[in-house]
Design a protein. Structure first.
Lengths: 368, 328, 261
């Protein structure tokens, strides 16, 4: 009942404002009045257009997609809207769950309400990172990982077997990485737990490790061309041949490979981290039932998973999705078994401690 | 963009609208309007109050309001407040800046960059504005000015990527240099202070160009001619006549550019290198990570703001005294 | 005037034109590249990206949305900014410096901070995110730029003109409308260009204060997430051409209005 009143109030506010401005967004009025809608925050092309149109036609539920480009901004926006968000479903990276959960922004996922939950590969749906405080918090849709991407005309596959190549004098000024991500990887490379879960009871040890990694990255700073942030940046650096190799996420690299660029990826022998994008339901979501209807529908067919992969370059979490991919797409989204064995997932448990140590370290590296 | 009003002479009837036929005449003689203006302008004091009241309300509610919110956040230990916890007042976010040297470098770098880029923009655009205002016929002036404005309508990010494919290793510049035979291996222009400067001057040029142009454009040519008649050389004429009379334009252009430069985020992040981190990047970092960093971000933003304000104030004072010194 | 100087200056001007236009030309050119990524070398060309922009009504609608926001917010900024400039310029009163400081405040706050501050403040005031909220934030943010530009012009206005008008019996309102305002027209036009630009290019405020309908920069940022594709260049180019067309039309229109009156 409260929710209904709230919606009515929202509706009046919006309508009054749209009336004042000339070009009023029509869908807002209709959406709020009818209630037959679902509001989604997600990345470009994570909700395939064909699926969206079909879903709207079949259920009569209007899908409003708001495009986001960054997890941090999404968090800030949601935090600013809480406790009455305008959104039903968000796209959160698995290892950032905890931040959203701690701020009370997500509601646990009732998997019994999703009859297609079983369509997800259990590696993702039943993985240990996916369960926090005894609940499932999101439906995995795409998985990504930290990889070593390299221009095959300049770097050999053998060189790409180790993260050390990224710090070798041979490629001075031809490398790039995301500095926060690299901190975790360097920890792993040095034989530590990059998730820092192992040091939760020993903050002194944790600080010591971060300090060691920091010193290492400062020492290697003259070799790096660019500390970057976004996938589009690393793609552009490869295209412009400003770099020969980089730490990157597999999605942006796969997109380059699919476009015919001489690029390859490897999961180096020291290991690497994976993460999963999940669809999550917002705490106090205005259209809870529609959100479940939507989630169940998007999980319904591996073909939908495949089209998400085609658009993003990330690997679908759906069983059997790869059957719908072309040969080159299959190639850019698969890794040899022995490399996959080196992969582990990012975990969120120690994030509070980890980022309190890492953020100042990152500042120090940049400032050095 | 010429100013008709400045050079036009007005007849009494035209100004006061005593000729009954014009709109102004009718308005001025309309009793209701007369009563209204009489009420408004009864005393200079009332006139001032009425003029001041709206700006005051606007500035307090619209300009100060959001900032006070921010200031409040910067003085708390947690924001947004996690459920089940309490928010406390603290100065810790401020002491964190002064207590840790690693934040000083991007901070001072930003101020220095902003100053240097402002100066570069001034040096680059002054001759352009001068050429436009002094050597181009009136008719073509607006056209040529508009020509320069076109590229600024392309969004910052799209333009920044265009600069990447201009300066990259396989970019247009390296391609041309190679083709001419000047180089064998590409020159790494990208991700240096140079590429960052190219991008930032692009962003700021417009904000410098327009004030400079409008200052130069209203400068009567006769001044220079008079100075020439008195035997002053080109350089002397520029230094003694043109420059002092365009100080106002320089001042407002530099203020604008400096203020905007301190807040730049996307361009330095995309075009800069490992050692060009600016303070806006540091601040943004606090908002992109864990939720309890907002207060620190807000505090750092307040510090940046205070510094920029002080510097702008000093600069304006300096320009004012320069101007006064010249008229004496 | 010295011929050598003149030639030198014209070289500088054209060099500057080259500097600002080369990236623009590259951008337009890349929209024709047959690949998902911009950059050299270009192996084959296509019209698909440009055709796609016109086939996709979302992009054109987004453009219209951004233009509407830019125009409406500029009208507010210019009106408010001119008012404040008139109050501040050439007057001495208690708290003038403080008022000036407050006036330029929004320009000093870094984008992300200002966006979040606006978002929090909007919630406090009960303003729903959407077009109205974006217009409000843009309008407030752009006021300082108007004040700075208009003040600069105002300070050069000969006092004698207003005094003459007052001597001739004009009341302050008429004197303002007939003498001051016409004198300020070039500055107001310049300030409007600033405001339109700032609003049209703004990402952070539009993102934080917008609803489910993106403005052009928000759409471009979201698309950028899956790579800097020639599609984005095509969108930007089409937007540029449309803006230029609107600008030309507006210029013609005002000129005709001026002739008629």
């Amino acid at each position: 009942m409260t929710k209904l009143i709230l919606n009515r109030r929202n509706f009046i506010g919006t309508a009054a404002m749209s009336g004042a401005a000339l070009a009023s967004p029509v869908y807002l009025r209709r959406a709020h009045a009818a209630g037959g809608e679902v509001n989604i925050w997600t990345y470009n092309e994570f909700v395939p257009t064909a699926f969206k149109e079909q879903f709207e036609a079949e259920t009569g539920i209007k899908v409003n997609v708001r495009l986001v480009d960054d997890q941090g901004k999404q968090f800030n926006l949601l935090a600013a809207e809480a406790p009455n968000p305008s959104v039903d479903i968000m796209t959160v990276a698995g290892h950032r769950f905890l931040q959203f959960i701690d701020s009370d922004l997500l509601t646990p996922l009732d998997t019994d309400r999703l009859k297609n939950w079983g369509a997800i590969n259990p590696t993702f749906s039943e993985s240990d990172w996916a369960t926090i405080n005894g609940h499932k918090w999101g439906a995995p849709i795409l998985s990504g990982m930290e990889v070593l991407s390299y221009n095959t005309e300049l770097v050999t596959p053998e060189e790409a077997e180790t993260w050390d190549t990224l710090f070798s004098d041979k490629y001075k000024g031809q490398t790039a990485y995301v500095i926060q991500d690299m901190m975790s990887i360097v920890m792993l490379k040095m034989g530590y737990d990059g998730n820092m879960v192992a040091y939760m009871d020993d903050p002194a040890k944790a600080a010591e490790i971060v300090e060691e990694v920091k010193q290492y990255l400062i020492e290697k700073k003259p070799l790096v061309r660019k500390y970057y942030d976004g996938g589009a940046e690393v793609q552009q650096m490869f295209v412009n041949q400003d770099i020969a190799l980089a730490q990157s996420w597999n999605g942006p690299a796969a997109a380059l490979i699919n476009d015919g660029f001489p690029l390859a990826m490897s999961i180096p022998k020291e290991g690497s981290y994976g993460f999963v994008y999940t669809f999550n339901i917002a705490n106090n979501a205005p259209n809870l039932d529609n959100a479940y209807t939507f989630l169940d529908a998007i999980l319904a067919s591996p073909e939908i998973g495949a089209s998400m992969t085609k658009a993003s370059g990330f690997i679908s979490t759906y069983k059997g999705a790869s059957e719908y991919l072309s040969d080159i797409e299959k190639k850019s989204t698969s890794f040899p078994e022995e490399q996959l064995a080196n992969l582990q997932f990012f975990r969120a448990e120690a994030n509070d401690m980890k980022y309190k140590l890492i953020d100042p370290a990152v500042e120090a590296i940049k400032a050095s | 963009m010429s100013d008709d009003a400045a050079g036009r002479s007005f007849s009494k009837a035209e100004i006061a609208g005593q000729g009954e036929r014009t709109f102004w005449g009718r308005l001025a003689n309309w009793p209701l309007y007369r009563g209204f203006t009489a009420f408004l302008t009864a005393s200079p004091r009332r006139q001032f109050v009425i003029l001041a009241i709206f700006p005051l309300i606007w500035v307090l509610t619209q300009h100060l309001g959001p900032m006070l919110q921010m200031l409040r956040v910067s003085l708390t230990d947690a924001y947004p407040v996690a459920p089940g916890t309490e928010q406390h007042f603290t100065l810790q976010n401020y002491t964190r800046f002064f207590g840790d040297r690693i934040f000083w470098q991007p901070f001072f770098r930003t101020l220095i960059f902003a100053g240097v880029f402002t100066f570069c923009t001034l040096i680059l655009t002054y001759p352009v504005a001068y050429f436009l205002a002094r050597h181009v016929s009136r008719k073509n002036q607006v056209l040529m000015l508009l020509l320069l404005l076109i590229p600024f309508w392309v969004g910052e990010v799209v333009r920044t990527y265009a600069i990447m494919i201009l300066l990259g290793n396989t970019g247009a510049v390296n391609m041309v240099l190679k083709w001419i035979g000047l180089i064998d291996r590409p020159i790494p222009f990208m991700y240096t202070s140079f590429s960052m400067g190219v991008g930032i001057v692009y962003l700021t040029a417009l904000y410098m160009l327009l004030p400079l142009y409008s200052a130069l454009e209203k400068l009567p040519k006769s001044y220079n001619e008079a100075a020439a008649d008195l035997g002053a050389g080109a350089w002397t004429r520029f230094r003694r006549v043109t420059l002092p009379l365009t100080l106002e334009g320089i001042s407002s252009g530099c203020t604008l550019v400096f203020l905007i430069s301190t807040g730049f985020y996307a361009t330095p992040v995309l075009l800069g290198g490992p050692s060009t981190t600016v303070f806006a990047e540091t601040i943004a970092g606090f908002f992109h990570v864990a939720g309890d960093q907002w207060p620190t971000g807000a505090a750092f933003a307040t510090i940046m703001f205070a510094a920029a304000l002080v510097l702008t104030g000093i600069f304006q004072k300096l320009m004012n005294s320069l101007r006064k010194g010249d008229t004496k | 005037m010295n011929r050598g100087n003149r030639i030198l200056l014209s070289c500088v001007y054209w060099a500057f034109v080259l500097y600002v236009f080369v990236p623009l030309v590259l951008m337009i050119m890349m929209g024709f590249k047959d690949s998902k990524f911009i950059g050299f070398p270009i192996r084959s060309w296509t019209l698909d990206w440009y055709a796609g922009v016109f086939a996709n009504t979302e992009v054109l609608a987004t453009f219209g949305y951004s233009v509407a926001i830019a125009v409406l917010s500029t009208l507010i900024s210019v009106a408010v900014g001119t008012w404040i400039a008139v109050l501040l310029e050439g007057r001495k009163f208690f708290g003038r410096a403080a008022l000036f400081g407050l006036t330029i405040l929004p320009a000093l706050v870094p984008g992300i901070i200002s966006a979040i501050a606006f978002r929090i403040y909007a919630r406090m005031l009960g303003i729903e995110p959407g077009m109205g909220a974006i217009i409000w934030a843009h309008a407030v943010h752009n006021v300082p730029f108007v004040v700075l530009v208009v003040s600069a012009r105002l300070s050069t206005m000969p006092k004698s003109q207003i005094e003459a008008a007052r001597d001739l019996g004009a009341d302050p309102i008429v004197a303002f409308l007939r003498i001051t305002l016409p004198y300020l027209v070039p500055a107001i036009l310049g300030a409007s260009i600033f405001c339109l630009l700032l609003s049209f290019d703004d990402f952070v405020r539009s993102f934080f204060l917008g609803g489910y309908k993106p403005t052009l920069p928000v759409l471009i940022f979201a698309k950028l997430k899956s790579g800097m594709s020639p599609e984005i260049n095509a969108i930007a180019t089409v937007a540029l051409v449309l803006t230029a067309a609107i600008g030309l039309w507006a210029e013609r229109f005002t000129r005709r209005m001026n002739k008629e009156s």
